[in-house]
Ligand binder design. Sequence first.
Ligand code: NZQ
Ligand code: ZN
Length: 389
Amino acid sequence: MENFDFYAPTKMLFGKGKATCLPEEMRPCGNRVLMVYGGGSIKKNGIYDTVCGILKENGFQFWELGGVTPNPKIETVRAGIAMAREHQADMILAVGGGSTVDCGKAIAAGYFYGGDAWDVVKDPSLITDALPIFTVLTMAATGSEMNPTAVITNQAVHEKQGVHSSHLYPRASVLDPTYLYTLPAVQTAAGVADIMSHIFEGYFKKTEDAYVQDKFSEGILKTCIKWGPVALTEPENYSARANIMWAASMALNGLCGCGKEGKWSCHAIQHQLGAYYDITHGVGLAVITPAWMRYILSESTVGKFVDYAINVWGFPRQPDEFALANMGIDATEQFFVDCGLPATLSELGIDDSLFEVMAKAAVPYAQLDTQAYVPLHEQDVVNIYRACL
Ligand code: NZQ
Ligand code: ZN
């Protein structure tokens, strides 16, 4: 196992009605709040009224930045920074999914920086301070509610960029599983695919003896496989929503990925799709992941895929390791399809016209040619995109 630091300072307020605990956490940071939210789902399902009511009852002054889009844009971040400065906000409260949380984080980071907000997204060393960040999560997927990452898109330059900084850990996050009841089925499924991808990115790594991380990982994957379909058929099943919600936070708070060498693969390949086509993050991952798995399956990786097939999918051991590995990969693909997710880029209206351009950007984005589990060069990434058509 490699050396690592594990740091997860966010206070997690988990369970039904836990939003009422927020004021106690927020009060030490001041009284003036910039509340950030998305395209309006929170106004339809009542979460907006609940959160505003709690803020008012507890004497907070707040201003609202609504309209954060999926794959949040740098323009919204700039507008949020201007608002936060105008009203001298003491803190950010993001109410929504990963996009809203990420936008809130980027506003918090840009607040103290004199130049353009895109600079801090590109260069985290410029983040020397950030406004305190609080979140009320309405979507289980990214883990942003408990991690130091924000992913922002700059369409003008066709870049979707992740930024990591210790200043970006939320102080506290509310995870009320009932807030997930109104999620559209495709978002529930995309969230499950994203959680599973976060696990895959750490599970399929060169380091072989991070046994405890792999057991956490297999447990979270099995949780997604068990409870994802239940959440889809019974959107108001509390146990399903609760298990998926907690799985999402655990999948990307450093617990499963620590102590392992190398960088992620599928997210780098998917982020280029996001930059050019603005597709749902988890949907893109569901398409890319099985193709990537098949592409990297070889003598040197088959053992790990056998572990995956046996420990996650429960297939019995058999002498033909490649057949077993492929059973695990096929099961993964079928699971995503059964969740209602597309299996091809064509279904998303994406053709091969930008494959070379996206591959060229994907390789340096995550040093895929040197740091990936299986090194991928531009042509490899093109081949993976082609396998998704
Ligand atoms: O905008 P509203 O109206 O709120 O609607 C949203 C949005 O359309 C809707 N939604 C969310 N909660 C809902 C709801 N609809 C009904 N009821 C609810 N309770 O769902 C749609 C998707 O929301 P979004 O926030 O975009 O989803 P997600 O949480 O999957 O976030 C995706 C973004 O996070 C980035 C992705 O790249 C993408 O930009 N990621 C962030 C990471 C991080 N910060 O660590 C890591 C991830 O790998 C990922 O890259
Ligand atoms: Zn992701």
